[in-house]
Design a protein around this ligand. Sequence first.
Ligand code: LFR
Length: 496
Amino acid sequence: TKGAAVLAFDMGASSGRALVGRLTEGDSGRSRLEVTEVHRFPNHAIQVGQHLHWDTLRLLHEMKKSIRFAFQMGYEPATFGIDTWGVDFGLLDANGELLGNPYHYRDSHTEGLIEEVSYLIGRRELFEQSGLQFMPFNTLYQLYAMVKAASPKLEVAKTLLLTPDLLAYLLTGVKSCEFTMATTTQLFDPARQEWNTELMDRLGIPSHLFLEPVQPGTVVGPLSPEVQEELGVPAIRAVAVGTHDTESAIAAVPAGDEPFAFLVCGTWSLLGTEMAGPLLSPETMELEFSNEGGVGGTYQLLKNIMGLWLLQECKREWDEQGKEIGFPELVRLAEQAAPFRSLVHPDDPRFFSPGGMADKIRLFCAETKQPIPQSEGEIVRCILESLALRYRQALEQAEKLTGRVYGGLHMVGGGIQNELLCGFTANAIGKPVWAGPVEASAIGNMLMQLVALGECKDLQEARGLVAASFPVDVYEPQADAGWAEAYETFLGFGRV
Ligand code: LFR
């Protein structure tokens, strides 16, 4: 039997993907989710004068192509859903037109604003009213940067749409605001479950820009008549899924009923655990964890870790130098390099902005009196070991905050294709790693469409579908004294 088909757009910081999911009946009569990629395209940050931007219209173009491809391949998706990275947004004018090019969250205009806003509002108050780790790119700081720059765009703007809502609007003409993305702004109060308009007023951020959030699983509307005609396709409907990619990925963790720890591994690494509500304690703030709204009424207590960005940036630099070494080869070189020679703290702020990454790593090693990694293999080994140690630290902190002990770590997302990293992680935490699925965000995106279509009852049932459909690779920890010693060095870097 041919079940309902759904189309998922998963936009990452370096590439976008479109995948079709279809419910099929397995041998045992159990439902399975069958996933096929229909299109994959690069996504680039583009520097224009002083600012770093996203190429929103290019993304729209590639999404339209994806819809056409899906139908050409014979699929007839009933719905589509969009998930993207957090925090970024576009502004619309009174005629509903996009005002300029959305800023990229790595734009330097938010530099120094964490300190300034903390001084104006108070750290404690800010945390209790947002539940978020103070990250320089949070929407709050981006908007405050525009306020300080007396941005004319901000003055004429009528509506703010977060990236997935913006892309859905460009395809449907319907404006919406989905809850999980709203909770990444630092302007949403998780205790009161509403926009924090007092905070906006105090910072001069216009509160009339924000729409009432809707829960994941809400139908937004059909493709606009113009887009239907352009593509020659029927009026398939947009569903507001867990539009924040991290939340869609967590929805696709094949966990049972027990509390579990996860690591969503992509450009960023998000490590944490699923909760029934936000944990707004002073310890959560001190250990720099976030409470992000998830699908199915959950809150995700997690730490934002710089992640494979460090490796992606090194590779970009080496590519530009004409070296063109692929990821599998880089990982092989790392495997051959000497272990525990030099380590960095991945969340040192110097690693946040693009460019010069290999030299930033060397400088960190020099400053901390460690051997300076020279070759590509040495640099990559340093990055992967450092990340694994950071994961151990974050997992221990999550256990401390929740008072629970986790039996292992679920890893999902593109980063799990790096088997060396999965193995290092198991060794560093001294517990098994369960890796899979790779396309977690797209799959979680599909699950909420299936819930919206009534094909799945709820998140729990949908998660069962993941376990039945995708294999999980198990990495057992190898006893190796090197990791314990390296962890001591790592803790010496002194960051929480
Ligand atoms: C991961 C992610 C993180 C968010 C970062 C920036 O892709 O969505 O959750 O903190 O990107 O938006």
